[in-house]
Design a protein around this ligand. Sequence first.
Ligand code: AMP
Ligand code: GLY
Length: 420
Amino acid sequence: MNILILGSGGREHSLAWAIKQNPKCDNVFVSPGNAGIGQICNCIEINILDAKQVLKAVKEYSIDFVLIGPEAPLAAGVSDVLKNEGILTFGPSKASSQLETSKKFTKEICDAAGAPTAEYKSFASLEPALAYIKTKGAPLVVKADGLAAGKGVIVATDIEMALTAVREIFGGSFGDAGTSVVIEEFMEGEEASLFVLVDGKTILPIGTAQDHKRVGEGDTGLNTGGMGAYSPAPILDQSVVNKTIDRIIRPTMYEMMDRGMPFTGVLYAGLMIKDSNPRLVEYNVRFGDPECQVLMMRLGGQILDALLSTAKGELGDVKINWADDHSITVVMASSGYPGSYEKGTVINGLDDLPSDSNFVCFHAGTEKQGGKIVANGGRVLNVTTRANTLIEAQKSAYQMIKNIDWPQGFYRKDIGWRGL
Ligand code: AMP
Ligand code: GLY
């Protein structure tokens, strides 16, 4: 079959890499893709937020299955348009994507479903929000309601910080994402993520992961899209996974069904775990990046069958074959990230790296220029390995990364420390 993947990150590179291992797959097209994806797939230039352009590409390249990577096309309703045209598509509807695109919506779903999460209140104007903060006191977490590229969450350690955050959000610093604000209790515990496929009525867990969001070693400094990740997450043992499904995921699925917006796709639950009890921090309705890279490294080609079955509503027939393995990914980013950074810097040494079922360097922000691979984004490469233990996977990732010659890049030296 011919498959079209929408997106351009390490997430999409890893999805393409895994899917290509499945004999059902004939050709993989990726739009827009990146330099690494271009080495294994056909990259096509279309505006992936424009459903008409996606449809045109589906016809032109005889696509049988579309896999939507990032949240933006989901929020734009691309999945709805494709499904209405009868095209087999992996990705939730615009309505059910509200589990990611609106924090207020998710909180209401959790309330209705009885799913444990932080206590909260939502506000559509400034004054009542300020008054609420003063009655609650710090710490508090202030969140812009909508999609804000991961920057709309402020963990306020004192009242002044919380007041400033709501003033900024209502002042327009997050645009439309900030027309309403959710203020919630600060939850203590350890964070981890559970990934499940949902076909509307059936849930299939496909792995756990932990990421490192902060730019600096020891999880310090500014927040980023993620500087590395590993799977499995030791804290999410089978008993905590079962509790998460019973208390959070399944009630959410039924609540979405009751509202006439059944969820189909991958549900990525960000959890806070304390005393083996999970509470929901947030949902995402797509694979995490870089969490997807470690999941794909572990799942390989079987992921295609699971994704197809999800899209067809036949997930009940799918079994995942698990190996007792561990995967880690270390992100290489452009110096300056998550602030400003230089583009167009040349990366050498990539051609000599191995690429097998235990080691892949997935590309994120890369581009081919005159026969050379250059960085064109903040997060640029994801050195991803698999081994029998997390420590072995970590060792081999840091061993490999030494072969990449990119003076303008940097990476954290401690990815995996929490798991170890
Ligand atoms: P989110 O975008 O909702 O995942 O929030 C980003 C990060 O903020 C999370 O990964 C947590 O580290 C932190 N966070 C969000 N909500 C809370 C909360 N209620 N309590 C503690 N930390 C939180
Ligand atoms: N790594 C966090 C995310 O994909 O949202």
